[in-house]
Write a protein that binds this ligand. Structure first.
Ligand code: 13P
Length: 253
């Protein structure tokens, strides 16, 4: 059984006191999580240990980093390595968010390197893919996303790909309030699973969690998560409000 996941991506938000407040609220939130229905909270680097500490007693809630560098250590001022994340026992790292691709020029090849070094250090990548509006309008989103997956993930072994969580985030739906319809999400998620099945076989493809991201809110999560190939969400704006994110976590059920 693949896991269902409600993942929060705080992006570059929250001061320390705001982060403390949000984590305290998440730590006491009434949520029904299980080993198969988990939550992952991706906080800015400075708050990783705080988040771990605050959420330590919360079963089935994990902390993630939002990025990592391609090198293990060395003279790379300002970067954060997977070795550091591993030493803090952070289990997940987001790789390839569209904002990293767009503003920091991360290419499919760089992302392949990040996926590799993350897996070498026992971090599970939450690998993001998704097309811009112009690609959707040209109806070439399937081949575009397929190439992102092939270029950055398809060198992985069967065992390695099983450690990857995929997040489909159409760029036109991120922070715009314009979600993909549940049908559009399902179509793309099914396509992604088919592409994974062609490469790794159906048994493996069925075990990989594929999350949807892009304007997931408390009032649309149930509908989106109910699609057969949508295994939860990666949530930006709505994850900054503990009450709303609790509704989203409970929408996994
Ligand atoms: P929003 O939920 O704010 O649209 O952001 C989605 C996202 O980019 C999550 O990684």
């Amino acid at each position: 059984m693949r896991k269902k996941i409600a993942a929060a991506n705080w992006k570059m938000n929250c001061t320390l006191s705001q982060a403390e407040d949000l984590l305290n609220k998440l730590a006491t939130a009434q949520v029904n999580l299980t080993t198969d229905k988990i939550s992952i909270i991706a906080v800015p680097f400075p708050y990783l240990l705080l988040a771990k500490e605050k959420l330590a007693s919360k079963a089935n809630v994990f902390v993630a980093a939002q990025n990592c560098y391609t090198k293990k250590s060395g003279a790379y001022t300002g970067e954060v390595s997977v070795e550091m994340l591993q030493s803090m026992q952070i289990p997940y790292v987001i790789i390839g968010h569209s904002e990293r691709r767009e503003y920091f020029y991360e290419t499919n090849q760089v992302l392949a390197d990040k996926v590799n070094i993350a897996l070498e250090h026992q971090l599970q990548p939450i690998f993001c893919c998704g097309e811009a509006l112009s690609i959707r309008e040209a109806d070439t989103q399937n081949s575009f996303v397929e190439k992102q997956l092939k270029d950055s993930l398809f060198h992985l072994t069967n065992e390695q790909i099983l450690s990857v969580v995929i997040a489909y985030e159409p760029i036109w739906a991120i922070g715009t309030g314009k979600t993909a319809t549940s049908q559009q999400a399902q179509e793309m998620h099914k396509h992604i699973r088919n592409v994974l099945a062609e490469k790794y076989g159906n048994e493996i493809a069925q075990q990989i969690s594929i999350l949807y991201g892009g304007s997931v809110k408390g009032n649309n999560a149930v509908e989106i998560f109910s699609q057969p190939d949508v295994d939860g969400g990666l949530v930006g704006g709505a994850s900054l409000n503990a009450d709303e994110f609790s509704i989203i976590m409970n929408a996994l059920n």
